[in-house]
Design a protein around this ligand. Structure first.
Ligand code: PHE
Length: 336
């Protein structure tokens, strides 16, 4: 090979190398290009260098210098390109910061639980604590101790599942009144939330299993005035200070006198304010105080029972009680 041919080959290789280096867009491509150009085995520059041996001696110095400077140029170009690829990889827009993030799943208390918690909090400020009783209750606690005479028609309203051996699914939280009076000495102030069961159809306004919230205050010298004042305070705290309450006559075997409390509220259905019954209440019947083993001459008290499900419906404008028990997240997540 003549010196002129050698120099032409160098020129061509230089052009090829410039183009190949320029075209590399990734680390992998850059490595491929480098091996093809300056790799020890099979690299194009090595191939050309091997030609040196076959050249006339007088041309070798010039040819050697030419190929060496080509090698330096190619290596410099590779280095520059490698650095710019690295810089692009570390600072380029590899993250799309405008992409919406994944929403975190946020749990929340069920509306019925929220209502129970809120009511317990209002009464806690008045010195009430929380008491619980079993859902599978004895007939005696559920009925007998609460002054239901055997086969009394009031029990029809409370028809329930009899579990055998004198056990029933409790139809109300009132048995916790008796359990509490047996366990603690007066003064007693407790709230008893819990599930109760009745032989009711599952429709827009009834559920065969639902939550109740019982309240009980027992002490010396407690009168109906204490009942009215405390429950009216509760209604104002819960529904707003301007809320009016009224008490009407009712009947329960375990209270005497018995009453219902109505509150004047807006149910959010566009019909404005109206009177809504929210609980049964009354002075605890002396027979109940006696069956719990306390002296009814010395102690008196009042009790109430209400349905937090109904309360949640009135507060949040829920039209169908079944929505509260369906566990449908599309409904429940509105309350998060
Ligand atoms: N236990 C009654 C019911 O389930 C409610 C109630 C409780 C009434 C306490 C008076 C006093 O309907």
């Amino acid at each position: 090979m003549s010196l002129a041919d050698f120099e032409a080959a160098i020129k061509q290789l230089k052009a090829e190398a410039d183009q190949a280096i320029e075209a590399a867009t990734s680390d992998a491509e850059w490595t491929e290009v480098r091996n093809a150009l300056v790799g020890r085995k099979g690299g194009k520059l090595s191939g050309l260098m091997q030609q040196l041996g076959q050249m006339p001696t007088e041309d070798r110095r010039a040819a050697g210098a030419a190929i060496n400077s080509l090698k330096l140029e190619v290596e410099a170009a590779l280095e520059t390109k490698g650095a710019s690829l690295k810089a692009a990889a570390s600072s380029g827009p590899t993250l799309d910061l405008t992409m919406p993030g994944r929403r975190r799943w946020v749990g929340a208390a069920h509306p019925v639980t929220r209502v129970i918690d809120e009511i317990c909090e209002i009464f806690r400020e008045l010195g009430f604590s929380v008491a619980l009783g079993p859902e599978a209750e004895t007939e005696w606690y559920n009925f007998g101790a609460l002054n239901f005479p055997a086969d009394h028609p009031a029990m029809d309203m409370h028809d329930t599942l009899y579990l055998g051996s004198g056990a029933v699914l409790r139809t109300h939280t009132s048995p916790v009144q008796v359990r509490t009076m047996q366990r603690w000495n007066p003064p007693i102030r407790v709230l008893a939330p819990g599930n109760v069961y009745r032989r009711d159809f599952f429709d827009a306004t009834h559920a065969p299993a639902f939550a109740q919230l019982e309240g009980l205050a027992i002490d010396e010298g407690i009168s109906f005035a204490d009942l009215k004042a405390t429950l009216t305070h509760f209604a104002k705290q819960f529904y707003g200070q301007s809320t009016r309450t009224r008490f009407g006559p009712s009947y329960f075997p375990f209270t005497e006198p018995s009453a219902q409390m109505d509150v004047e509220i807006d149910l959010g259905d566009g019909k404005g304010k109206r009177w809504v019954e929210i609980m049964g209440t009354g002075l605890v019947h002396p027979a109940v105080i006696e069956s719990a083993g306390l002296d009814s001459q010395k102690y008196s008290g009042w009790a109430f029972g209400m349905g937090p499900g109904r309360i949640a419906m009135s507060r949040y404008g829920i039209p169908d009680i079944r929505l509260l028990y369906d566990s449908d997240v599309r409904f429940l997540e509105q309350f998060v």
